[in-house]
Design a protein around this ligand. Sequence first.
Ligand code: ADP
Ligand code: MG
Length: 675
Amino acid sequence: MAEVHTRQFRAETRKVLNILTHSLYTNREIFLRELLSNASDALEKVRFMQSKGESVRDADLPLEIRITLDRENKTLSVADTGVGMTEEEMIENLGTIAKSGSEQFLKDREKDAPHPKGPAEHTEEADKPEPNAEATDAGEEDRLAPDDAPRSDASQIIGHFGIGFYSVFMVADKVEVTSVSATGDGSAHVWTSDGNGAFTIRRLSAEEAKDLKRGTAVRAHLKEDAADFLEKFRIESVIRRHSNFLPFPILIDGERFNTTPALWREPKFSIKKEQYDDFYRYLTYDSKPPLDVIHLSVDAPVQFTTLIFIPDSEQDLFREQRDEWGLDLYVRRVLIARDNRDLIPNYLAFLKGVVDTEDLPLNISRETLQENVVLRKISQTIVRQVLAHLERMAKNDREKYAAFWKLHGKYFKFAFNDFVHRDRVAPLMRFATTWEEEGKSGELTSFDDYVNRMKAEQKHIWYIAAPSREAALLNPHFERFRRKGIEALILTDAVDEFALEGLGKYRDHEFKSVEQAAAADLDAFPDVEDAAPKAAPLEGEDKTSFDRLVERVKAILGDQVKDVRISDRLAGSPALLASEDGVSSSMEKFMRVMQKDDSIPKKILELNPDHPLLRALLRIYKANAEDPLVESITRSLFDNTLLLDGYLNDPYAMAERSLKLMGEAAGWYADLRKL
Ligand code: ADP
Ligand code: MG
């Protein structure tokens, strides 16, 4: 009979194991990810040794992983042809959990003990100071736990405390590890434990070991409630989810399982467009191929490979997909975190892709990831590379860049927040403009193009917030600018004004709303467009009558307006609404939406005394100050200015007023023409 050594686990290891064995976890399936990545690591080591020309046992053995499901004996085995372990290595590697990890684990559990949502569930056993081998009924107890009992996510536990291999005890009540070292004397050992106090190591007899080759086989005797891991489809879906890109063949019950090659690890020049497209489809389920691909391999300051796609379809990151952004993080081809948001800033949230690094440990948790320096460096490099890519695209392929902006510009504009890269993101932004090139109206413009077209004396970059280009061109505030041939950017998105406000200026040119333009800002520029033929200025009695009309209008509108004034900035329009406090209308609207305020803000109504409508109104008013037509025209005029400013107060009342006025006008016309 071969020699059997029984050894006790170290105290902390024992406690951690006991908790793993007897607690309920969600997401237990990740034990398989841990076993497969250990197998893959072991195979990688053999490949490395062979590449250096070192001799290994059974050199011709294919590098592969075999999963065997034995329903009769209720066991699941993961066997590899990797480096294997000698007896000493088994004691060393499988006998202890990294000290710091397990201590921290236990401390955290104690701290969280009074709370129902601690990192792991307490069992009676775990709380005993000396857990031991008699704790066999706990599995039974677990199954009896009420369904609403709080459970911890196993991946958090595993990730946080570096207890990779031991995670198998979440699903197994006994584990045997058989191993033949690639460099040892050919002897084979079996490590056995039930996850409680102790493990044994037995050296196999020559007879028992005669068919064994290099590598390790982990055989898990599954707990009763883990029988689903005997189903092939279950195993396949777990692999697809967590271990889809392992670089070695995986066989399940002898059948080859199709893993996907980790495309990002292949040299760029050898990859065809279709391969990128396929991978993108696999990643996103998007039916359209990506607009662009960024494939990078970086060695410093950290080593990583990344494959990033710019989708050719609109993302919905403000609503349904709001939590589904980030890049997938792999450590040596093993998926560590899906949609990791620490890898890209929010203004690049439309990007899809993967990052794979050698510079992180496999067992790293979400919390630890957040403060991780390696991750931060990766993210910084990605931002710089993506910006450089976009700069090149904007310069060399305007059409593609326009397509990019149309799809993703609404997110990219949030880059105004990125103070570090401000000088690089601003030139990449695009806005609608009132300027139009022959046959090209509606094209977007960059700040640089705007500045190049600016008038010699022009200081500001003017903008106008409007729901559309058409609305902007009709806006009375823009009238003077059109007359003088001064361009304004058209801000159609709520974020636009924040972006400009955040940026403050571009190449020394401050951004300013056309609503805030003082006469002095524009006086220096001559008219380029014929102003509407100006009526002779009001004089004498007409002038004082107009002042009284203004008072009358104020009385009619009452507290709907802050004030009514005579305007000096209008030509073609009869009136406009102005705000005094320097807040532009769209910003104000945005703030009102945020505050759920749907009342209409009080503004100053400016009247154009030279406009035919107001001249006619003046005549009516002069003839009879109490004529009801003065009131109905005033109200309709106010309706119109509100509408142009983007407010629609009471559409029913408005339609009624306008119908009444039309009815009257038609009647008068018919009478007048004696029809
Ligand atoms: P980690 O993989 O992070 O080192 P694990 O708990 O998963 O931690 O594994 C502990 C150690 O056990 C590994 O570092 C390795 O030395 C050894 N080991 C586990 N599985 C295998 C295997 N299949 N082949 C060889 N060594 C293994
Ligand atoms: Mg591991």
